[in-house]
Design a protein around this ligand. Structure first.
Ligand code: AMP
Length: 407
């Protein structure tokens, strides 16, 4: 496990009133009326903010919001998120109309001890995404220390996620540490047997993920549209199902490599089929070798769910990315919800450590009502996937490198 400087150390080292820049992920869903649609990312930031506040730090929050591509765009201002954060924390949160220069400096200087100011969208400056030295230096000029608490942005080598860690004493935020601990327990040093579910639409978008997992897990459960391609590669007729015919050789190669690594690949033995992916369809259960020519597989069937639940029952650790079926429309949500509920029950009984994440997965687990019962659900999309793919994340590496150079 990589060791990072924790914020306790920051609080013990810096005097009250010191200015700390916290890289957060305030890229939260907000509707046209300015209402927050999901506060998870803000809620997870609170422990770090509370720790810094209670040590009397003056806190400037840095974040991106949307993709303004280096130009100020009022519709992508963080002002509304600052208000939402203030409502959540039940206190006044200041807002600075720039994240560098005199506006930012004076907003931070006028904070009381323990005060918080959200600085405007870092991506209003082209230097952010370019990890530009001058822009990074302008950020560093504002503060005495830097905390990165944005795991979900750590796969980007940007000024506020990467460069800044080299110019200021850098610390790991509590949410970041939590996420890294959860991932480490899932893939770094997991209790075995270790089972992974990889579902979703297409194998072509998850090749690196499946490749890396097949070297590490004991059982790899392939679900969703991806499973159709693996089934077709074995000669199964999949009717009008989503199937990537250009990926048949790749699927066979993945299966052969997994088997050579001692990783069992579990594919659905039955499915739920319909004539179209649309509202109002009645799904029909069929054995996987009996998919009608004019029908498509839209969910795993009950026998497949039984196999999946039995694999969960034998496992000590579960990693889950991607739904088992087209869960957005009933009844094709059934397999994902049933398997997710079983994983949640095993987790609550203390028999399984369950870690899930990545875009649609969080939506699918929310739909099944089990997010709170999993051991850890990551809200990081790209960063979560890149970590599972075995890649090094620049934002995490920057915190480690500083540790190594003793800066
Ligand atoms: P991904 O973003 O790759 O995790 O894919 C998620 C999407 O896969 C969801 O929108 C699901 O509707 C879709 N999906 C899952 N299973 C199937 C299937 N059997 N056929 C078509 N789409 C599917």
């Amino acid at each position: 496990m990589q060791d990072f400087r924790p914020i306790d150390l920051l609080n013990a080292t810096l005097g009250r009133g010191s200015i700390v820049l916290v890289r957060a992920d305030l890229n939260v869903p907000i509707d046209d009326a300015g209402n927050l649609r999901d506060a998870t990312r803000l809620t997870r930031l609170l422990p770090t903010l509370e720790a810094l506040k209670s040590a009397g730090m003056r806190v400037g929050i840095l974040s991106h919001f949307g993709r303004p591509k280096g130009v100020a765009d009022a519709s992508l201002s963080l002002a509304r998120v600052a208000t939402a954060l203030g409502q959540l924390m039940k206190e006044q949160i200041a807002f600075a109309e720039d994240c560098i220069g005199p506006l930012a400096a004076s907003a931070l200087a006028s904070l009381p001890e323990g005060g918080i100011c959200v600085l405007e969208n870092t991506r209003f400056h082209a230097g952010e995404e370019a990890d530009d030295a001058d822009f990074t230096a302008a950020l560093a000029d504002l503060a005495h220390a830097y905390v990165n608490d944005a795991f979900s942005a750590a796969h980007r080598a940007h000024a506020s996620t990467h460069g800044l860690a080299k110019l200021l004493p850098a610390y790991c935020g509590l949410a970041m540490q939590n996420e890294l601990d959860a991932l480490e327990s899932a893939l770094g040093n997991p209790a075995r047997p270790l089972v992974a579910v990889v579902g979703g639409a297409k194998i072509s978008t998850k090749l690196e993920l499946v490749g890396n997992l097949s070297h590490k897990v004991d059982t790899l459960i392939i679900g969703g549209g991806m499973a159709n391609t693996f089934l077709a590669a074995q000669g199964v007729e999949v009717g009008t199902s989503l199937c990537e015919t250009g990926m048949l050789d790749t699927s066979r190669a993945i299966t052969a490599e997994a088997e050579a690594n001692g990783c069992r690949i579990l594919l659905p033995i039955d499915g739920v089929v319909a004539s179209a992916f649309a509202e109002g369809q009645t799904g029909t259960q069929v054995d996987i070798t009996h998919v009608p020519d004019n029908q498509m597989i839209l969910d795993a069937g009950p026998k497949a769910v039984k196999d999946i639940c039995s694999a969960f029952g034998d496992a000590r650790t579960l990693i889950w990315n991607g739904p088992l079926g087209a869960f957005e429309i009933a009844p094709f949500d059934a397999a994902t919800s049933a398997a997710a509920r079983h994983a949640a029950e095993l987790t609550k009984a203390g028999r399984l450590k369950s870690i899930a994440g990545g875009g649609d997965t969080v939506a699918a687990l929310n739909h099944a009502g089990v997010v709170e019962d999993f051991s850890y659900v990551s809200t990081a999309g790209g960063a979560f996937l890149e970590w599972l793919e075995g890649k090094k994340l620049p934002g995490v590496e920057a915190l480690t490198e500083q540790e190594e150079t003793g800066k």
